[in-house]
Design a protein around this ligand. Structure first.
Ligand SMILES: NC(=O)c1ccc[n+]([C@@H]2O[C@H](COP(=O)([O-])OP(=O)(O)OC[C@H]3O[C@@H](n4cnc5c(N)ncnc54)[C@H](OP(=O)(O)O)[C@@H]3O)[C@@H](O)[C@H]2O)c1
Length: 268
């Protein structure tokens, strides 16, 4: 490592995480890249070292596994000082809950919630006494309404939003930044891994990963509690406040139907 600030990014092997790593390398960070797919991380590390002179540690870990979560947490608490933690790794399975394998539903809770809580605890445990540091947790626009057809996923993201907002206020006085990023539909491998078709989602609803990441990092820099990138997504986030919850659930179920959710999820 050099004397540059270090950022740790989970889920750096593709999509938003890869874009976080690229943006942070471009803004002068060294990196700790975390995911299960070692070769993708190694390739990205080589590229970022070449293009930005960023030193990259590759930390291959399955965040659904408690011991491997502990290893990543130990990198934050015990290794060279980590200035920024991006809890980005996550996945969703779609379909009626009762027809989905329990392992996938529990897996979402392990990765989307347990890993994020474990690494947030490690991060704030060292950042608060140091009175500096930044933590960004990736939630979703799905956090703002229950989603029949994606019940577990939207509930995990509601947890992330509520949890992160509370942390933001807890550490505000300590000089530590905490932000929840709530993207809408973003072009990554996410939907394909979830086994859904997206042809029914209008073009206007999609964002590109680089612009979502730029919005998230700008919000983290100014210590904004919640960042919902995109005008349409902001409207979607706010509108459930003004209607009855039954109507919100029906609208949400309508969006999920447009994903043509299969009953059996793809692995991932
Ligand atoms: N794309 C969207 O439309 C959208 C919208 C709202 C929120 N989000 C959120 O954005 C985040 C990033 O998703 P994405 O869109 O970039 O999807 P993606 O391209 O599928 O990337 C997901 C990342 O999470 C990692 N990951 C998944 N399970 C893991 C595990 N058990 N252990 C370690 N890493 C794991 C994957 O790496 P490996 O497979 O190599 O482990 C991958 O790098 C997720 O939290 C997702 O919920 C996405």
């Amino acid at each position: 490592m050099t004397n540059k600030p270090i950022a740790l990014v989970t889920g750096a092997s593709s999509g938003l995480g890869e874009n976080f790593a690229r943006a942070l390398a471009a803004s002068g960070h060294d990196l700790v890249l975390v995911a299960r797919t070692g070769p993708a991380l190694e390739k990205l590390a080589g590229e970022l070292e070449q293009s930005h002179g960023a030193k990259c540690e590759v930390l291959v870990a399955d965040l659904a596994d408690a011991d491997q979560r502990a290893t990543v947490a130990a990198r934050i608490t015990d290794g060279a000082v980590v200035d920024t933690v991006i809890n980005n790794a996550g996945f969703g399975h779609y379909g009626a809950f009762s027809g989905l394998p329990l392992t996938g539903e529990v897996g979402q809770i392990e990765v989307n919630i347990l890993a994020l809580v474990t690494l947030s605890h490690a991060a704030l445990g060292v950042m608060v006494p140091r009175r500096s540091g930044k933590l960004l947790n990736v939630s979703s626009i799905g956090a703002f309404a229950p989603a029949p057809g994606g019940a577990t996923y939207s509930a995990t993201k509601a947890f992330v939003l509520s949890f992160t907002e509370a942390l933001h206020d807890e550490v505000m006085k300590d000089g530590v930044h905490v932000t929840a990023l709530c993207p809408g539909f973003t072009r990554t491998d996410f939907q394909q891994r979830a086994g859904v078709k997206t042809s029914g989602v209008p073009n206007a609803a999609w964002s590109d990963a680089a612009s979502v990441v730029a919005a998230g990092l700008a919000a983290l820099d100014r210590n904004q509690a919640v960042c919902v990138p995109g005008v349409l997504n902001k409207f979607v986030a706010v509108s459930p406040r003004f209607g009855p919850r039954g109507l919100t659930r029906r609208i949400s179920a309508g969006v999920m139907k447009r994903l043509d959710a299969p009953q059996a999820p793809a692995p991932g």
